[in-house]
Ligand binder design. Structure first.
Ligand code: ADP
Length: 257
């Protein structure tokens, strides 16, 4: 079965409208295409910092070699570019690890209140840089789910890091944890939010709602793809809600058994 696009269109003003018939590509073709896109994306993402590094090496060999202030500045930029590549490779490894697992073995009983308290503590320096305050009160009764503690830590680290990065500077990041029929963690910020057109594709690898801001903030475009995979492996659900101008709310629901 091949991909087939068929379109017939009558000139404006005549009766009838646009007819489009689409037969889906086979799953194998889709997988091959996705793999091709992924390799192209990774190459592009790696090439950008690499090109910058090569350019600065040339500059350091040339005129800047006799100017200590310029040399320091260029070395600082080169460090940032190398860090960007490092983050990308780290996220690629995380993604490949979680993608290769069919289902998580619930090896730990994860106390989500304690985990979130830990994650918020680790992210305190990043929040301080943007003068962001946290609002989180662990529940009186522990909310514990079966899962992989390291992977769940990564889920909440990615979501809270995004809330700090994309929320408003000087703003508030609110984390709530409840446990009724399932455990629910939500992370909300009061930033510019996300245009609804982006919501369905937000967890695709390398998909960015605001490319400029993501790159400026050192984003890899893989954070939410990793979150989605880990949540799926835990048989959980991820929900994103946002009204532009009002911030964004990411909710993770995890089963107790
Ligand atoms: P990145 O490394 O670019 O942050 P993610 O996969 O974590 O990649 O997020 C994908 C995109 O979703 C981001 O580039 C950003 O445009 C958007 N996004 C994620 N979280 C938020 C948020 N809290 N507020 C606004 N936009 C967000």
């Amino acid at each position: 079965q091949a991909t087939l696009w068929e379109a017939s269109c009558r000139p404006a003003g005549t009766a009838g409208a646009l007819l489009v018939t689409l037969l889906d590509a086979t799953p194998l073709e889709q997988a091959v295409q996705m793999r091709r896109d992924f390799v192209a994306n990774v190459s592009h993402e790696l090439r950008t910092p690499l090109t910058a590094l090569l350019g600065f090496i040339e500059t350091l060999r040339g005129a800047a070699s006799r100017d200590p202030a310029a040399r320091e500045r260029f070395l600082g930029i080169m460090g940032n570019e190398a860090n960007r590549m490092n983050r990308l490779v780290g996220d690629l490894l995380s993604l490949s690890r979680v993608e290769s697992q069919e289902r998580i073995r619930p090896k730990d009983a994860v106390d989500l209140g304690a985990l979130l308290t830990d994650v918020l503590k680790a992210l305190r320096p990043l929040a301080d840089d943007s003068k962001v305050a946290f609002d989180f009160t662990p529940p009186q009764v522990a909310v514990t789910v079966p899962g992989d503690a390291d992977q769940l830590r990564q889920v909440f680290t990615n979501l809270i890091e995004n809330a700090i990065k994309y929320g408003s500077s000087g703003g508030l990041v609110t984390v709530t944890l409840t446990g009724d029929s399932e455990a629910r963690v939500s992370v909300s910020d009061k930033g510019p939010g996300i245009d609804p057109v982006h919501l369905p594709r937000l967890t695709e690898r390398f998909y960015r709602a605001d490319t400029h801001r993501s790159r400026m903030l050192g984003g890899t475009g893989l954070g939410l793809a990793i979150v989605k995979h880990i949540v799926n492996r835990h048989r959980g659900r991820l929900k994103v809600e946002s009204e532009p101008g009002q911030g964004a709310v990411f909710t993770v629901a995890l089963p107790f058994a």
